[in-house]
Design a protein around this ligand. Structure first.
Ligand code: SAM
Length: 279
């Protein structure tokens, strides 16, 4: 992997590199789908790296996992059946199982080795995978969703970026299948990349989702170890508007998420509104 001495370097986008000084490499292997490494970094603690791309670090994972999960689970009045696609590190499921009303949480991860290694080396993230309400399916999320009908209240795509096996998780056909797989009050959220470096992708996604969901919204958070340090999520909803969430407090214990941060996350700078509308 891209290590120079004891530095891990990731080419985030042409002309921009993220450098993380390592304390040690905990594990490295080549799976059937990708190269996988678990390292300990000096600044952010343990990190999962797939195909030389930082997926998550213990130092900033909760910025991402809490925003991808608690925004839809606070928008839905009574979320009981949740599907997470990707997310083999377990961070999103750990947040989902905090809700007592959740009856079933299905994780569909294409690469079993990600889950096996997270369970062994990243218990801080993967602990929720042992909750009895969690079912883990090792399969391609694209075909799994195509077979579901009104089966979930919330569907979360916590995937790698749209290349390789994750490419189809950003396609119009997948979005139509997600709509079909959601219950009548269902909500869909996907990580949708950097608002600085993935504008063409965001335009395309929003153009497509507006033709499928009555409510489509972009929201933002900070993730220091992702390209540019700033990240987007796209939410499609059949009925409930995430802007109308008026809880005073979070329904579950959190370190990053609050309902006020939830509402603020949908306030977009004018340049983002402009390029989304162009789409
Ligand atoms: N939070 C991360 C990010 O934004 O970089 C994503 C982390 S999670 C580890 C991403 C997971 O998606 C990987 O483990 C990968 O194996 C999985 N994945 C990619 N394509 C998939 C697909 N088509 N179906 C199911 N899982 C998939």
């Amino acid at each position: 992997m891209g290590m120079e001495g004891i530095w891990f370097t990731e080419l985030e986008t042409p002309g921009l590199v993220l450098g993380l000084k390592l304390k040690k490499v905990i594990h490295q292997e080549k799976t059937s789908y990708q190269s996988l490494a678990i390292v300990e970094t000096e600044v952010y603690g343990k990190a999962l790296i797939l195909d030389e791309t930082v997926q998550t670090t213990l130092g900033d994972e909760y910025f991402y996992h809490e925003m991808i999960v608690h925004v839809p689970l606070h928008t839905h009045p009574f979320p009981q059946r949740i599907l997470v696609i990707g997310g083999g590190d377990g961070g999103s499921i750990r947040e989902v199982v905090k809700y007592p009303q959740v009856k079933e949480a299905v994780l569909v991860e294409i690469d079993e080795r990600v889950v096996v290694n997270a369970l062994e080396h990243l218990p801080e993230l993967s602990s929720g995978l042992k909750d009895p309400r969690v079912k883990i399916v090792f399969a391609d999320g694209i075909s799994y969703v195509a077979e579901q009908e009104e089966a979930f209240d919330v569907i979360i795509v916590d995937s790698t970026d749209p290349i390789g096996p994750a490419a189809g998780l950003f396609s119009p056909e997948f979005y139509r299948n997600v709509f079909k797989a959601l219950a009548p009050e269902g909500i869909f959220v996907s990580q949708t990349g950097s608002p600085l470096f993935a504008q063409e992708l965001l335009k395309k996604i929003h153009k497509e989702l507006r033709t499928i969901f009555p409510i489509t919204r972009l929201y933002l958070t900070t993730v220091p170890t992702y390209p540019g340090g700033w990240w987007s999520f796209t939410l499609g909803s059949k009925k409930h508007d995430p802007l109308e969430v008026n809880h005073g407090q979070s329904r579950v214990p959190t370190r990053f998420y609050t309902p006020a941060i939830h509402r603020g996350a949908f306030n977009l700078p004018p340049f983002i509104k402009e390029f989304l509308n162009e789409g």
